[in-house]
Design a protein around this ligand. Sequence first.
Ligand SMILES: C[S@@+](CC[C@H](N)C(=O)[O-])C[C@H]1O[C@@H](n2cnc3c(N)ncnc32)[C@H](O)[C@@H]1O
Length: 383
Amino acid sequence: MSQRHLQFQDRVNLGSYYTPPEIVNLAWQMINPHLDSRTTIIDTACGYGDFLKNHRQSIGYDIDGTAISIAKRNNDNTQFFQGNALHNVSRGKFGISPQSKLIVVGNPPYNDKTSLIRRKIKSELYDIDEDLTSRDLGISFLRSYDKLQADLVCVLHPLSYLIKPTNFKSLKGFAANYKLVAGQLISSSTFRESAKLTPFPIVIAFYRRDQRGMEYDFIRSFRFDVHGGGCFCLSDFDYITNYISKYPSKRHQPIPDDSLFFWTMRDINALKRNRTFVKNYSNNTIVVDKRKLSYYAYVDVFKRNLYRLPFYFGNCDVPIDDKLFRQYKHYFISDTVRHHPFLEKPFQINPIEKEQAKTEIDRYFKLLLGKHHAMLPTFDNSP
Ligand SMILES: C[S@@+](CC[C@H](N)C(=O)[O-])C[C@H]1O[C@@H](n2cnc3c(N)ncnc32)[C@H](O)[C@@H]1O
């Protein structure tokens, strides 16, 4: 049973992608050991209330009145209310006493407000407390849990909120007052509605209120569990950003005639969509620093090998093992030149036989990724 009362446009605007029961269960496995008779559970973006079926004192809240009336029919134990959870946020608003031990559960909407479909959008969605305002609704929701002084928070959200430094910074009070205790990674393709889109990693995150909060370095070295087996830690890898810059330089310098251009790099998922070497200059291109040409070749080859990566690399920068890469450099450059003949001149190398280059590049990726090397293609651009 999934948000079927909503049309496509409202689903997008409200971020209404309801959570499959097996994922709700994973969250509850994290919460269960912490329940006691003083505990109040709240989901402030509850949809049909699927996260709230297991506990006596629970509160469901959602801006979507139809969802709330369906939730009331499905669940007698919970108190349900309709309203905007990001406006005038306080425990009082939800009828929670200051003494209650509060656990927030759920899967708040995550959408970038600039990507909302504007027609018919409910204006009340924009009434957001000033201290909660952020470009992304999901980040506003996380900050609202800090305002409620929740003791524990167990919610789903994009992993990018934690691993992208700009997002992490915008968590503000949430990062200052909460510490990640456990995080389990699932793919966005678990949600039926997004199965056709490029999968991105979602974390089922369990946070404990802690005045020491967390720094970005804590996240970098945090070991996330991968649902289905294995774990992932950002700092187990070195990244291309330590060798070349991802973005065009802001200074307007004259561009020499023999310049080479490369498409702006964002994360792995963007690399999947975007080009690499391009022939013409534009606002989206980087002027290649020729002293570092081989690193651009690396990214170009990487793009053709994305099928090797599991979904949880989706929002990371391109990983690299520099020492190893130096040994394999020739094969990478050879592969790049084969795919972009116009690069033959700047690279000036004797091309290596295609099959040999392929074998060696295969070896490099297996060594780089180790246990993360995908057994089966997970990206659809596999050869
Ligand atoms: C991803 S769905 C989650 C629903 C449910 N918790 C689940 O996981 O099945 C997000 C929900 O947030 C609600 N929502 C969006 N903006 C809201 C707001 N400002 N206040 C309260 N609820 C909101 C949507 O109506 C939608 O039901």
